[in-house]
Design a binder for this molecule. Structure first.
Ligand code: G6P
Length: 612
């Protein structure tokens, strides 16, 4: 979603801002803009469309200045157009502001400001905030810092903002509630951004702003206060992120790079957590909570999107190996449906970004009800790990492609480890099976490498079905969530409608759709429901559907029935999601490429969904 970058220092701000905006493109956006301070004036350039489009438009302008801010907007209030793009200036041009998040009471504030003579030129909630700050500044004759602070006490909603005041030009003011902000500390200079990706090439020393904090950022000086004006000691952290991790490194798209990274990212997920003789596994972040987890009467998994699919795999794993009942909930449903939450519930929030608004709100609800909340997150220092009682990082590395790939397999890896550790500790999983499954898990990366070797084969199938209007994905047991994930991947990046279904449910509806034009992707590796899935394939073929089957190596039965098969190496059925999802990622990727879609930044989607 919206991205923020700001700079104050002795270098030229524009090149830093424009490059930073390009680094933020992965979050998903529809318009972009910058503001630069030049000799006491703030100049703004903004327009609908891509960052490179803005760059081309303003190439001949005077872009000098050592203080600047930039924004990528993902429309919430008002359509994506030049006027609604950020930055927004206040009416008398005293303040310029960029904003992530939503000001929920903006229409009430707008009405009051209108009554006091303010006119609005955009439909955004952000312009309301800019004018509110200016109104307080002028009416109260206070400093910019105080005006921002007082304005924020009137605001209901979520925000990450950066403000420039033209009367106080050597300063940026940033504030956070909900939407994350990170400050980079350079040499007599500071950076501010919505995540670390635009900062890492400049400095590794960062401060994550906490909720209700306001930062006054000058070239060589930084002050952080609470919204109640109490100064707080900034906690400086070192980024472990490497610049190579956020570049394409020769791949055509980040998504392809991230698909190919999975042997390494899964290894990173269990690195240091599995003993070298494969006799033991531990998840350091959960050690203290383990006794409570083992006693849990119920686990609630909360997530959105792909992370929710990982959660579903987690349900199957934990119920099978640890025999603890698990419910998997969408954050958005959980938070609004008055759910039953017991004090001894363990809630596991799964999130790649660690910022998903609905998941965060669900966590807070669970915490208020007294439950213990754990996080499984990828982005270090993000909000969810900070809001939860304990948790584990997936260590998949930065995921830039909007469609999640390596984050999913890392999440499933963690859930597998959790289920196995819990099962062993509880005695519901034998020592022998535990050891066998650890071995199987550590073999997964090289099995994925094998699948990736034949990645080119997916191109020809993609070519055949690139114009299909619909796809169905079917799976049973552990492979049902994979079917959902495969369908999601396809619709996200190729815009082909796709549905994931439990294979047996097909006859309760989707079978009506099957004809000679319908590709049906069937996850059919050898497991306890193999015979049943073979029957489902026959049902599709009997109606002339096209079957693309993902099968275990050497499967001759399905090969003779299906139109196309992709083989994956054999593994324990509980680990099959980690292998079978790879062909589905590749298939979606190549279909989207052939259709000319913007694979890394699909239309309307955002990488990190920070609004509800
Ligand atoms: C967005 C992304 C998805 C992601 C979902 C949940 O919709 O485009 O890829 O699965 O949010 O995000 P999270 O960061 O919480 O895993």
């Amino acid at each position: 979603m919206c991205g923020i970058i700001g700079y104050i220092g002795n270098k030229q701000a524009y090149p830093i801002i424009i490059k930073g905006l390009k680094r933020l493109e992965y979050r998903g956006y529809d318009s972009t803009g910058i503001a630069l301070l030049q000799k006491g004036e703030t100049i703004i350039y903004k327009q609908k469309g891509k960052v490179s489009h803005l760059e081309d438009t303003i190439v001949d302008e005077n872009l000098s200045g050592t203080v600047g801010i930039g924004h990528t907007r993902w429309a919430t209030h008002g359509e994506p157009n030049d006027m609604n793009a950020h930055p927004h200036a206040s009416q008398n041009k005293k303040f310029v502001i960029i904003h992530n998040g939503i000001i929920e009471n903006y229409s009430r504030l707008k009405k009051k400001l209108k009554a006091r003579g303010y006119k609005f030129i955009s439909e955004t909630d952000t312009e309301v905030l800019a004018n509110l700050i200016e109104y307080i500044y002028e009416k109260g004759n206070v400093s910019a810092e105080i005006a921002v602070r007082l304005a924020l006490t009137k605001v209901i909603g979520a925000y990450g903002i950066v403000v420039i005041c033209k009367d106080e030009p050597d300063m940026l003011i940033a504030a956070r509630k909900g939407s994350p902000l990170v400050i980079g500390i350079g040499n007599n200079e500071h950076y501010i951004a919505s995540d670390a990706t635009p900062i890492v090439e400049h400095t590794k020393s960062v401060i994550y702003l906490n909720n209700d904090n306001i930062a006054v950022i000058k070239r060589g000086e930084l002050t952080i206060k609470t919204i109640d004006n109490a100064e707080i000691e900034p906690q400086v952290q070192e980024l472990t992120l490497e610049i190579g991790a956020i570049e394409k490194n020769g791949y055509d798209h980040f998504m392809l790079k991230e698909i190919f990274e999975q042997p390494r990212s899964i290894t990173d997920t269990f690195r240091g957590r599995i003993a070298s003789d494969l006799s033991e596994m531990r998840l350091g972040g959960l050690l203290d909570i383990m006794p409570q987890l083992e006693k849990a009467k119920r686990i609630l998994i909360i997530a959105c999107g792909t992370s929710w699919h990982a959660g579903l795999v987690g349900e199957y794993l934990i119920e099978e190996f640890a025999r603890i009942p698990v419910e998997v909930e969408y954050g958005s449903e959980f938070r609004y449906r008055n759910p039953i939450i017991y004090k001894d519930d363990i809630v596991i929030a799964i999130s790649q970004s660690g910022e998903t608004a609905d998941t965060l709100a669900a966590i807070n609800l669970a915490k208020e009800a007294g439950a213990t909340v754990l996080g499984i997150c990828n982005v270090v220092g993000s909000s969810i790990p900070r809001e939860t009682h304990a948790g584990v990082y997936t260590h998949a590395g930065p995921e830039i492609g909007v469609a999640s790939t390596k984050a999913f397999t890392a999440q499933v890896t963690i859930l597998t480890m959790m289920a196995l550790i819990l099962g062993k500790n509880k005695g519901t999983l034998s020592e022998e099976s535990y050891l066998k499954l650890i071995k199987e898990l550590t073999d997964i990366p090289k099995k994925i490498e094998e699948i990736l070797k034949s990645s080119k084969n997916y191109k020809s199938i993609a070519e055949l079905y690139k114009n299909a209007g619909n796809f169905i994905y079917l799976g049973r047991g552990y492979l049902f969530p994979v079917a959902l994930e495969g369908a999601l991947k396809l619709k996200e990046i190729s815009y082909i409608h796709a549905e994931g279904y439990p294979a047996a449910e097909m006859k309760h509806g989707p079978i009506a759709l099957i004809d000679e034009k319908m590709p049906v992707v069937v996850l059919a590796t050898k497991d306890k429901s193999y015979d049943k899935i073979v029957t489902n394939i026959q049902e599709v073929k009997a109606r002339n559907g096209i079957v693309i089957a993902i099968v275990s190596q050497g499967d001759e039965i399905i090969k003779n029935m299906a139109d196309h098969v992709f083989e994956v190496p054999n593994t324990h059925e509980a680990l099959a999601p980690l292998l079978t999802v790879i062909p589905l990622q590749l298939l979606s990727y190549y279909i989207a490429v052939i259709r000319g879609c913007n694979v890394d930044q699909p239309r309307n989607l955002a990488k990190s969904v920070t609004v509800e």
